[in-house]
Write a protein that binds this ligand. Structure first.
Ligand code: KIV
Length: 293
């Protein structure tokens, strides 16, 4: 197993320059330990995704988290000082009003959360706010296709761009985002062929999730890849570990040692000098404890 650390800091321009080059390795992370793991495993991009609503906070959808929650988690990731680019996900309603509000909110992600870029869901509909954020010198990652913040508008978590005209619309959205100056585009839940066409057409890297193998990179959710929950897994998830099972087994072993009295051992306990202990126990003999001396 190759572990790539410590490494050169990854920046948005470096990701942009990866178009057509080595595939981009992206993973979500939501706090200091998960960011450290992602960094040491060799990620290029850490996305502090609003998927934390589901996998960390137990909500049913991503609509439940606001900007303060996203900043709180992004700041925890940033405190790990990871080599990967830290992208903060703009939550629902943080960029759906005026451009001025969206810029101010993206600015909070950078200033308070330590994000080095932000991700925004949506295509041409969001172009003016994306341009505003870019104009404030904040790199933007686009996100097209199945956009979870549109769960109600899209009628559920459904693959997008399956019909010819819908696919053409996605391609136009991707063109518009690339032209506006995003440094990369996440393509989620789209047919392989549509992702392939977009990847060939646009000048910026695409990062797929449920978009087939032809994108410039891939992203998955940390807790899905590592089996940290036993909830529903989408068809596109490949699970590389079952850490929830490992954690349950480890804690059960700990509790069993507690029950049996085999934890802690002498090595896991603190001692005092024999002389001090004898003086203490002389005045206050305490059965077994006194016998120890
Ligand atoms: O919130 C998230 O984790 C995401 C990725 C799945 C792309 O948006």
């Amino acid at each position: 197993m190759e572990i790539a650390t410590p490494r050169k800091k990854v920046t948005a321009p470096l990701i942009l320059a990866r178009k057509g080059g080595p595939r981009i390795r992206m993973i979500t992370a939501y706090d200091y330990p998960t960011a450290t793991i992602a960094d040491r495993a060799g990620a290029d991009i850490i996305l502090v995704g609003d998927s934390l609503a589901n996998v960390v906070l137990g909500f049913d959808d991503t609509l439940s988290v606001d900007l303060d929650v996203m900043i709180h988690h992004t700041a925890a990731v940033a405190r790990a000082h990871p080599a990967p680019l830290v992208v903060g996900d703009m939550p629902w309603l943080s960029y759906h009003g005026s451009t001025a509000d969206a810029v101010a909110n993206a600015g909070r992600m950078v200033r308070e959360g330590g994000a080095e870029a932000v991700k925004v869901e949506g295509g041409r509909k969001r172009l003016s706010v994306i341009e505003g954020i870019l104009d404030a010198e904040i790199p933007v990652m686009g996100h097209l296709g199945l956009t979870p913040q549109s769960v109600h508008a899209q009628g559920g978590y459904k693959v997008q761009g399956k019909a010819t005209e819908a696919a053409r619309d996605l391609i136009r959205d991707a063109d518009a985002l690339a032209e506006a100056g995003v440094f990369a585009i996440v393509l989620e839940g789209v047919p392989t062929v549509v992702a392939e066409i977009i990847t060939k057409e646009v000048s910026v890297p695409t990062v797929g999730i449920g978009a087939g193998p032809h994108t410039d990179g891939q992203v998955l959710v940390f807790h899905d890849v590592l089996g940290l929950h036993d909830g529903h897994l989408a068809k596109f998830v490949r699970q590389y570990a079952r850490l929830q099972d490992d954690a349950i087994e480890a804690l059960a072993d700990f509790f069993s040692d507690v029950e049996k009295g085999t934890f802690p051992s002498d090595d896991e306990s603190y001692s005092m000098s024999e002389e001090a202990a004898r003086a203490l126990l002389r005045d206050e003999p305490r059965g077994d404890a006194f016998d120890a001396f």
